[in-house]
Design a protein around this ligand. Sequence first.
Ligand code: 6XA
Ligand code: ZN
Length: 345
Amino acid sequence: MLTIYSDDHHLHHGRCELIDGELKPCFEMPSRADHVLQQVRERRLGEVRGPEDFGRAPIERIHTPDYLRFFEGAWARWAQLGKGGDLLPFTWPARTLRGVLPDSLHGQLGYYSFDGGAPITAGTWQAAYSSAQVALTAQAAVQAGAHSAFALCRPPGHHAASDLMGGYCYLNNAAIAAQAFLDQGKRKVAILDVDYHHGNGTQEIFYARSDVFFASIHGDPQAEFPFFLGYADEHGEGDGLGCNFNYPLPAGSGWATWRGALDEACERIGAYDPEVLVISLGVDTFKDDPISQFKLDSPDYLAMGERIAQLGKPTLFIMEGGYAVAEIGVNAVNVLEGFERARQG
Ligand code: 6XA
Ligand code: ZN
């Protein structure tokens, strides 16, 4: 399987996040992608290539021009104020406030974010832009006829909505790639999000559309980030009604439970019959993940890849979360290897 990877992800390294009442070093750190790349190489998954540059147009198909302008220019505005720390929001237009766009950098940052978990640093725009290009380059390979490809994206993307950053995400790589398939002639794309957290951004982007089917298996939002989306009764709206399926699972869920949800999601996807499949591949479902509560073990990821392969669709894997840094590579590559093995059968 072809892997697309860019070193530019090193340009993004947030200093800290607020967790359990403490400022701790960001769990979403550069060594995550380095470990995945190392496993891809060690286990000879296939060729590793750098991304092509498809420009801003495919990103603008998903994100609003004002959001992109703000994100690209935010660090320069922050630096001009003489600040050196990460740029982090702390006020949001919650229910009793007005959704106005203030002039202030911090006001605008609150307007364009939904949590304080997506720090902007000097290199964040470039890293996120390159991450989207990594997704688009892998997408182009599948569009050109490859049965599968792996976009080793960092930063991740599935929490980013059309004009919101949050949850370590800035540009929605999976959504950008799905839209690119449609713009290049595909008529139906399915996205299966196996990250521990609900892909709220991806859901929002395609919620009223029937050309992109979205299914997500994740920690129950009653108890887990992102809390305010990802419930089982969210089925889409308008043209998209019936094209959104969430599988929230309780804390402590292991492979047997998780596999049951995967089977259900795969049956739905099979019935939708997409021309191509996009997998939001987070491995923070791992038993030792420091911020998650599922109990999957490393061999389970091989079985996950096998089950995905049984759908028999050209498949684009996009890296999302996973914070047990030493194991993230093994677990991610297990999914890809399990997929390859089952496909070659
Ligand atoms: C709250 C936790 C953010 C979760 C990010 C993630 N700061 N999403 O892994 O998939
Ligand atoms: Zn996650």
